[in-house]
Each structure stands twice: as C-alpha cells, then as structure tokens.
Design a protein. Structure first.
Ligand SMILES: Cc1cc2nc3c(=O)[nH]c(=O)nc-3n(C[C@H](O)[C@H](O)[C@H](O)COP(=O)(O)OP(=O)(O)OC[C@H]3O[C@@H](n4cnc5c(N)ncnc54)[C@H](O)[C@@H]3O)c2cc1C
Length: 387
C-alpha cells in the first residue's frame, strides 16, 4: 500500500519530501511477501464469495463486477508504470495463470451454471468456459481428476486470462523506484507514536530497532500503510473515525508442495466455496504459484491463532488494542458470530493428517508426505462498532 501510494505521489508531486518508515529489515516481509498470501490479484474470476446466491436462487454479480473493475485499474497503473520505467521486468511479479471455480454436488452444479450464465456475456469476464464433463476436468486440472470417481457430480468454470501476482516482488520494484527518485526509506524504524500538532500537522515518534534511539519527525500528511500495525497507530492518532473499532487476528497457514512431478500436473488457481458459517477469508483454494521463477503449489488457507496483529508482531498486540470503546463490539462477536467461533475451533483442532484430508476434496490422491505446512501472513479482522 505504502509503496504504491509513494509511487503515485512521486509521479504527481515530484517536489514533495516523502519518507517511508518500515519496522522490519526490508520491504514486503509481512502480508505482501509472496508466500504470505495466495497471489491472486483478486479479479473475481474465480472467487465465489463475490457472486453469492440470493434468497430467490439467483446469483448476484454486482460485487464481482466492482472487484474486477478495481483489478483492471491496478493493471492499468502497472502497465503505465512498466512503460514509464517506474517498474522493471514484469515477469518478476505477474504471470498468466488460469483462474477456475470448482464445486461438487448437484446443488453446486446449479449454482455454478447460474453464475456462468450471468457472467459469460459480461465484457469484464471474457473467454469464460464451463464444464461438467469429467474428460474436460482431466484435461484442465489433471491433479484434481486423478483418483476422483467420474460418477461424482461436479462443475468447473474457467478463465485462461487470470494472473498470479507476486506482491512482494512488485513492492520491491516500487520501493527501488522511490529510492532512486529521492525518497528516503528507513528500515528497522518503527513508528511508535502519532499525534496531532496544534497547527494541524502530525508528529511521529520513530524508534530505530537496531540502536534503540528515538526521534521525532513532523509531517503535513501521514499515510498509515502499516497493515496489521495500522489499528494501534490510528488509535494513537486520536482521529474520531477509529473510535469503537477493534481488530481480531486470524492467522493463515498453507499446505505447500514443491515436488516438480505434482506441480506440473496443476496449472491453475482453483477456488471452491467456504463451509457454512466460515468467513470468506477461509474459502479453500489450490493455487499454482510462480515465485522467483520457480513453480509451486499451495492449498489452504487454514486458520491459526496467535494474539499478534503482524506475523512478526508482539503477543501484546491484541490486549493492547482493547479500549473502552471497542470492548463491547469485540465481546459481541463471541456471542453473535458463532459460525466464526466454530470455524476457528474446528480449524485449530486440525493436525497435518486432517489438513491433507481437507485437501483431498481437491486432490483425491494427495499423500501426507508430499505436502508441508507453512505459516502464511497474519490477518486482522476489522470489528466495527455497529454490527
Ligand atoms: C493467508 C492470506 C492470503 C491472502 N491472499 C491474498 C490474495 O490471494 N490476493 C490478494 O490480493 N490479497 C491476499 N491477501 C491479502 C494481502 O496479502 C494483503 O491485503 C496485503 O498484502 C496488505 O498489504 P499492506 O501493504 O496493507 O500490508 P503489509 O504488506 O502487511 O505491509 C505493512 C508493513 O507495515 C510495517 N509496519 C507495521 N507497523 C509498523 C510500524 N508501527 N512502524 C513501521 N512499520 C510498520 C510492516 O512491517 C509491513 O512491512 C492474503 C492475506 C493472507 C494473510
């Protein structure tokens, strides 16, 4: 977020003095690191939570259209940035990978067909394919077909023009552009405090994590692009918009496979549906990843739990974010969001074998030893004061 905004500002206001403070030793080591997210440039080609079924059995595609439009805007910016040498070699961070949606059962077939009928004629969703034919499944995603009964009803929608994005590599290129155009980027510098001066400007207190030294910096504008670290900083800023807002951390874990023989049998990002009550962040998917030129597969996400708001955060992150104003909304979640609570408890109880069992819905022939657990990024679910 900060690298993108910095690049846009450099372009629009080249004379502005911009400084970036990052608490870690390099850029994009938290959520934007390649293995800490699934690298799907969310374009709603395959994510079914953006096109839910309505009460009358129809499919609502309005969210899918708005998400897709936003991704096209990102692509326009990236194209512009490549043409104008803001960004370097795009193959380091964006690759074509087909996007697919897979559902099992007759009910799933009806839903996916209805979704296909709604999206297929839309200009933002060109070249959409759809099949319930097992031979097509074998051709498109052989790893998912192997060991599966040809009698079992399923449906698969697919787009050839999906992408795999390495947001970490993209961030590093944007930061390079920022530094070569005069932006100061300070690593191992943690913003500890943020308060408003009497003239409306901001005062930041920044600690050098290497030496322990603290200093203050005054700025006209501050962009808090701190990911999981944002809630604390916004609370310190005292802005009225943050009153009553809380955060609840949900960790992410993947199963990863780097065995070239298996990796070669799957060339797609395949999304299915979240189980009942589970949040959209839990939608299971099997993804081809291309990271530093090497292909791998990931499956998940599975939920983990720690009170940290950042992967490399502190165990005090959750308790120190609790205020009088957000205590009630946070307590309410435990009472009203039983689906989320049940999802978390079930997820936390899973061992490696149970995770590979879940994977077998996608890859029936999966063996425990072929997949390893990796810890993905940490997410902070925003809890709003009013519902
Ligand atoms: C399991 C998982 C799967 C995901 N899959 C996808 C996906 O497929 N597609 C997609 O588009 N998105 C996905 N996401 C979401 C995506 O990864 C994040 O939305 C995105 O990376 C957030 O970028 P950011 O710049 O806001 O935060 P980050 O990349 O986390 O950057 C925040 C930075 O701020 C720094 N920081 C924090 N506090 C301070 C402080 N006080 N002082 C100085 N520096 C500080 C951190 O060290 C970090 O470097 C996924 C996330 C997870 C966890």
């Amino acid at each position: 977020m900060s690298a993108t905004l910095g690049a846009l500002l450099r372009r629009l206001q080249p004379d502005w003095d911009i400084q970036v403070f990052e608490r870690l030793e390099g850029p994009a080591l938290e959520s934007s690191d390649a293995w800490n997210n699934a690298g799907t440039g969310h374009s709603a080609l395959c994510e079914l939570n953006y096109s839910p079924r309505t009460a009358d059995g129809d499919v609502d595609i309005s969210k899918a259209v708005s998400v897709n439009e936003k991704f096209q805007v990102s692509r326009q910016f990236w194209s512009y940035a490549v043409e104008n040498t803001i960004l370097g070699d795009p193959t380091e961070w964006i690759r074509p990978v087909p996007h697919m949606s897979f559902v099992a059962g007759r009910d799933g077939q009806d839903y996916l067909r209805a979704r296909y009928d709604k999206l297929a004629g839309h200009p933002l969703f060109p070249g959409m394919g759809h099949t319930t034919d097992f031979a097509e499944l074998e051709r498109l995603v052989p790893l998912m077909a192997r060991g599966r009964s040809a009698e079992q009803p399923f449906a698969l929608s697919h787009f050839e023009n999906g992408t795999d994005v390495n947001f970490g590599a993209l961030t590093r290129q944007l930061i390079k552009y920022l530094t070569r155009t005069g932006t100061e980027v300070h690593y191992q510098n943690q913003v500890k405090d943020l308060e408003r001066n009497s003239d409306g400007t901001w005062r930041l207190t920044v600690a050098n994590r290497h030496t322990g030294d603290e200093r203050t910096i005054d700025a006209k504008f501050v962009f808090v692009g701190a990911g999981g670290g944002a809630l604390h900083l916004l609370q310190k800023s005292g802005i009225p918009e943050i009153k009553g807002i809380g955060g609840f951390p949900v960790g992410g874990q993947w199963l990863r496979c780097t065995n070239p023989e298996l990796v070669e049998q799957h060339q797609a990002k395949v999304y299915s549906q979240a189980s009942v009550g589970a949040p959209p962040m839990s939608v299971p998917h099997l993804d081809t990843r291309v990271i530093d030129g090497k292909k791998g597969l990931l499956f998940g996400p599975f939920a983990g739990w720690t009170p940290k708001f950042l992967k490399m955060g502190s165990f005090l992150d959750l308790p120190s974010s609790i205020r009088l104003g957000n205590l009630l909304p946070m307590a309410n979640i435990g009472l009203t969001e039983m689906g989320l609570v049940k999802y978390l408890v079930t997820e936390l109880a899973k061992n490696h074998g149970a995770r590979v069992d879940t994977l077998r819905d996608f890859v029936p022939s999966a063996q425990d030893g072929e997949w390893e657990k990796v810890i993905a990024g940490q997410r902070v679910q925003v809890i709003k004061p009013n519902g």
